[in-house]
Structure formats: structure tokens, C-alpha cells
Design a protein around this ligand. Structure first.
Ligand code: MG
Length: 352
């Protein structure tokens, strides 16, 4: 494997460190506002502006694109990679949540291969190798339950940003950590799974599994349930998306079979975590729903972190915006961008 290019938005020093280590042909800093120097990049061509990411992923010597930009901003370069028929490792779930119907359709036309990086979807993808698609009964996504597992809807009122940012098993970025606490992350993953595996939402279930060892299940017609398990560490699913169908030695930790281990599973509490139901609803309705839910949630999370709204108001805000949007069952990429912008604006001015 050779790194052809890397991108960041504002993390110039990290981009620089990685350029020195991997010597890619190009390094893109998405932020086109600030002035940066090209100093220190050596043979790596330094470019500024997100449009370069879209352009460079299409180059002929790029065969695999790791789509790992946070949020809806990842949609455009992911679309470019799919449009160019690349193998796309999808870490940016938002591109499938927002534009699942058109991305999967375009992938079929161009021969682009979509490989999941999200740990649950990687697990489903791995478990799907055990049987035929037509024999599938359902997939069961596992959820850690986040820091507020077992809490009631009433208790959620007092959750502060610090409490929400303290995840028990996974160490992740701020946005996804809050999404994990509201279980909106699982809601988005239901939509992601719906498109990635072309499976109706009635065939998707969620089970809470606090240890985050079993990363998801696939259940076949004969009742056989296949799971994938490994310690909670993203290096394995990231690597598998790059090496599939091969398996190579992974730097992540191995399961420790010499110690006693308990694995717990419990049904999710839809009353305490109403975000989950929004995921099922948005996946069932399709069209513009994923884009609206995702955009409203991004703003809601920011407003919660800025102490403008309460924790329990995040799903409330999202539901309101979802219910009031101009639904389109077959939106274009342009239409999705418009509805995304509308949803953000509404979410920004939302009050109870
Ligand atoms: Mg996940």
C-alpha cells in the first residue's frame, strides 16, 4: 500500500506530521480561509481547498479511497470517489445517511465498491460472508448504550456536555461521542446499514451490548446467528476495509481468552432514547429523511455543547425538523444539499 494523498480541514500540524511520515504525492487542507505556508511539506504537493480532495480522489493511480471526513462535509469527496468507480472504505457514515439512495445507485453504475469501516457494519459485512444474501433473516446492530445506559427519560434532563463526552468503552471525537450518548449514532447506523446492505429497516434490529466486544450479528433463515467479535479498537475494521478479502496481522489488541469474560445483551429503551426510533422512521421513509435528520442533529449537538439546548432536547429538535420538512422520495444530489442547508437553518433557530 502506498498513500497517494491525505486531507485535513484545519489540523495543519497533523497533516504535516503525516506527510513527513508517509510522503504522499499531495496533502490537502480543506480550510481555504486561513493563510498557511507550504513549508515543511518537502516533495508532497500542498493544496488548499476542499475542491482538491474531490478532484484528486479521481486520479487514475488512486484505487482505494478512505472516506473519513467528519459529518456531511464528507459527502462530496465520497461522491467523487464513487463516481470514479473507486473502492471506497466508508468511515464517513453521513455520506450514506444523507445520500444513500443515490450513492449506492451510482456505485452500481460505475462498479465502485463500498466497504464499511464503521465497526458494526464491518461486523455485519464479515458475518455476511457466512451465508447467502437471500437466506438472510435480519441483521442486529449492537450498541454500547453509551454513558447513560439504564437512565430514564427524566434523568436525561440534567445531562451536561462533560457527562455526555465521557464514553465508557470507545474513545472517539466529540460529535460521535455525544451521538453515542443520545443513541443518535445508532439511529444513523440503522440508515447506513439500510443502504450499505440494501436491506429494509424491518430487517434491522438493535441490541444493547455494554462491553462492545460483539460488533454486530447476522441472523439467517435457519435461526443461526453469526457475529464478529474483537476488543473495541478501530484499527481492525479500518484495516479490514483496506485488505479485504485478505486478513493480515493487526496492531490492535487480541481477545484475552485466559480471563473470565461476560457478554451482556439487553433490548434498547426507546422511551429513554427516542433518537433510536427516529433512525428506524427515517430509514423506513427514505428519500430526504436521512439528510434532514443528520443535518438537524449536527446543529443540535453543537448547540448542546454550547449550552444552548438541553441534552434531552437533541432528539426533540431533530424530530420537529424531520416532521416539518418538505419530503422528497427521490431527491437529486442538489436537492439533498438544499434540504441539508434548510435543516441546518431551522435547527439553528429552533426553540421549544
Ligand atoms: Mg459504529
Amino acid at each position: 500500500m502506498r498513500v497517494q494523498g491525505i486531507t485535513a480541514f484545519r489540523s495543519r500540524s497533523l497533516l504535516l506530521d503525516q506527510s513527513r511520515e508517509f510522503r504522499p504525492r499531495w496533502a490537502v487542507l480543506g480550510d481555504s480561509e486561513a493563510r498557511y505556508t507550504t513549508e515543511g511539506f518537502g516533495d508532497t504537493r500542498f493544496l488548499q481547498g476542499m475542491e482538491y480532495a474531490d478532484r484528486l480522489v479521481r486520479e487514475s493511480d488512486v484505487d482505494t479511497v478512505m472516506s473519513a471526513i467528519v459529518g456531511a462535509a464528507g459527502l462530496s469527496p465520497t461522491w467523487a470517489a464513487v463516481d470514479a468507480g473507486k473502492r471506497v472504505a466508508v468511515a464517513n457514515k453521513e455520506s450514506l445517511v444523507v445520500a444513500g439512495p443515490i450513492i449506492t445507485q451510482r456505485a452500481q453504475e460505475t462498479g465502485a465498491q463500498l466497504l464499511p469501516v464503521d465497526s458494526e457494519h464491518s461486523a455485519v459485512f464479515q458475518a455476511l460472508q457466512a451465508g447467502r444474501k437471500e437466506d438472510l433473516r435480519r441483521i442486529i446492530l449492537t450498541a454500547s448504550g453509551g454513558p447513560f445506559r439504564g437512565w430514564t427519560r427524566r434523568q436525561m434532563v440534567d445531562v451536561t456536555p462533560d457527562m455526555a463526552l465521557n464514553h465508557p468503552t470507545w474513545k472517539m471525537g466529540r460529535k460521535i461521542t455525544v451521538d453515542s450518548a443520545t443513541m443518535m449514532n445508532k439511529a444513523l447506523e440503522i440508515i447506513e446499514a439500510r443502504w450499505l446492505f440494501d436491506i429494509p429497516p424491518q430487517q434491522i434490529s438493535v441490541v444493547v451490548h455494554p462491553q462492545s466486544i460483539v460488533h454486530s450479528f447476522v441472523e439467517y433463515q435457519d435461526g443461526s446467528v453469526i457475529s464478529q467479535m474483537s476488543p473495541p479498537d478501530m484499527r481492525l475494521p479500518i484495516q479490514y476495509a483496506l485488505t479485504f478479502p485478505e486478513r493480515i496481522e493487526c496492531p490492535g489488541p487480541d481477545t484475552n481468552w485466559t480471563q473470565p469474560m461476560n457478554l451482556d445483551f439487553e433490548p434498547p429503551d426507546l422511551d429513554a432514547f427516542p433518537a433510536l426510533q427516529l433512525g428506524f422512521d427515517a430509514a423506513a421513509r427514505g428519500g430526504t429523511c436521512g439528510a434532514v435528520l443528520n443535518a438537524a442533529n449536527e446543529i443540535a449537538v453543537n448547540r448542546f455543547l454550547d449550552a444552548e439546548i438541553r441534552f434531552d432536547q437533541i432528539p426533540h429538535l431533530c424530530k420537529d425538523i424531520l416532521c416539518h420538512h418538505d419530503f422528497d422520495a427521490r431527491p437529486s444530489l442538489r436537492g439533498l444539499e438544499a434540504v441539508d442547508a434548510w435543516s441546518r437553518k431551522e435547527a439553528q433557530r429552533w426553540t421549544t
